[in-house]
Design a protein around this ligand. Structure first.
Ligand SMILES: *Cc1c(COP(=O)(O)O)cnc(C)c1O
Length: 379
């Protein structure tokens, strides 16, 4: 059994993917060209945004967004304490100050009460300027943008949606990548919409941001490629990856339904034994990860080893909070006794992907039940 079976996805769609790659080979245009324009148009239509600009990866997408928003030294940027390193790395990368905010124990996303507290604290101290909230759609579930956008408005702050794991999710009729002033996603192979290498995209409705991003990602170009009006970077999605993404986007809705079926089956069978992911009424998750919680670190590690002995792969996302990453030293503030810290100890992510066989889902469930009965600690 694979944790996320990208090879099976390829075999299911081999003919279409092979021919999309072959088409690019036939044109001999490997950077830019029509496949990149095509996927940008398709993506912005899919998420319902005015502008989509592709780039080299999700981390670049975040960094470029921060540049567009003119975030700089002296600015406080609020980031969840429980996320992938890149969400905070980019903030330190431009010498702004990341303020790590604790997350909600059931959604794994920003705890909005604690976000409000953290903003008020920074504002009252008066040393840093609260400028931006980076909200992460962790494990595929959109953050609570209704509350986050309201808080941002109250304090005249910007919102950046890190939907690297969240592509395809939604709140009501709004899809991920449509929230915040700018949103980004990643096409790393194991993300909900993945290519066969690195890739990323930036979304916005703001024409000025879009103009800046188009220039900055292309060596700060002006009207002409060899007319450079600012210092920029080189960050491109290549044509073969763009062509692959067009095929993958076409099958995405089907995959989204399948992966949600796996979630439904897991949750209906496992919720008696472990804490299963919570997806509230209006929300839909793309289940980049299906993450359960055990009663302790010891039980989590025992279950991980037990499943490994049954050849069922699992992952610990994430074994460290952001504030415990020594790269961020010295931190401006620390959260004590946090939910994030507890999650690093009791979370376990199970295999999930759209091509999981029924028998595989049943096996994972059965072995977790066996484990729980064997060691006898019910939820
Ligand atoms: C994967 C990921 C990124 C970075 O994306 P890359 O394409 O790997 O650079 C950023 N934020 C989150 C939450 C991620 O999961």
């Amino acid at each position: 059994m694979e944790f996320r079976d990208i090879q099976k996805q390829y075999l299911h769609n081999k003919e279409r993917i092979d021919s999309s790659i072959q088409n690019v080979l036939n044109t001999g245009i490997f950077i830019g060209g029509s496949p990149v324009k095509k996927i940008e148009d398709e993506l912005k239509e899919f998420v319902d945004r005015k502008f989509c600009i592709t780039c080299a990866n999700g981390t670049d997408a975040l960094s470029i967004a921060l540049k567009a928003m003119n975030i700089q030294k002296g600015d406080a940027v609020f980031v969840p304490d429980f996320t992938f390193f890149a969400s905070g790395e980019v903030v330190s990368g431009i010498n702004a100050t990341p303020i790590f905010v604790d997350v909600d124990e059931r959604t794994f996303n920003l705890d909005c009460d604690k976000l409000l507290e953290a903003i008020l604290k920074i504002k009252n101290e008066g040393k840093l300027v609260p400028k931006l909230i980076i909200a992460v759609d962790l494990f595929g579930l959109p953050a609570d943008y209704v509350k986050i956008e309201k808080i941002a408005e109250e304090f005249n702050m910007l919102v950046l949606e890190d939907a690297a794991q969240g592509f395809g999710g939604s709140i009501g009729n709004r899809k991920t990548c449509s929230f915040g002033d700018i949103a980004i996603t990643s096409f790393f192979p194991a993300k909900p919409l993945g290519c066969y290498g690195d890739g990323g995209a930036i979304f916005t409705d703001n024409a000025e941001y879009a103009r800046f991003i188009n220039s900055y990602k292309a060596q700060g170009k002006g009207d002409h490629k060899y007319d450079n009006i600012r210092i920029g970077v080189n960050s491109r999605l290549d044509s073969i990856q763009a062509a692959i993404l067009s095929v993958k986007l076409d099958i995405f809705e089907w995959e989204f339904i399948r992966v949600n079926e796996v979630n439904n089956k897991y949750s209906s069978e496992l919720s008696r034994y472990v804490v299963t992911p919570l997806v509230l009424n209006e929300f839909k998750s793309s289940f980049a990860q299906y993450t359960i919680q055990l009663s302790s670190e010891q039980e989590r590690n025992q279950l991980k080893n037990y499943l490994k002995s049954k050849k069922i792969p699992t992952m610990v996302y994430y074994p460290k909070t952001m504030q415990d990453q020594i790269a961020f030293d010295p931190l401006y503030t620390r959260n004590l006794n946090s939910t994030s810290e507890r999650l690093t100890k009791n979370c376990l992510s199970l295999p999930i992907h759209p091509y999981m066989e029924h028998s595989e889902i049943e096996l994972v469930i059965q072995e977790i039940v066996n484990f729980k009965i064997k060691i006898g600690t019910f939820k």
